[in-house]
Design a protein around this ligand. Structure first.
Ligand SMILES: [Zn+2]
Length: 62
């Protein structure tokens, strides 16, 4: 299981993504739908910036 680089909880269960994307997880459509593609992409970049490669997206070219 991946660990969130911000709070060190399970990445899948933490709310850091909402915080870092400036979203309110209590509000629709985020509440029921989660991140949309564009938001997921931004979160992905934030994670990469922190040095975490999201599971299944490893692209090691070095
Ligand atoms: Zn977190």
């Amino acid at each position: 299981m991946e660990e969130c680089p911000f709070c060190h909880c399970q990445l899948i269960g933490c709310d850091c993504r909402y915080e870092h994307l400036g979203l309110d997880p209590e509000q629709e459509p985020t509440f029921s739908e989660g991140l949309n593609d564009e938001q997921a992409e931004r979160w992905d970049k934030i994670l990469r910036g922190k040095g975490l490669i999201p599971y299944g997206k490893e692209t090691r070219s070095e």
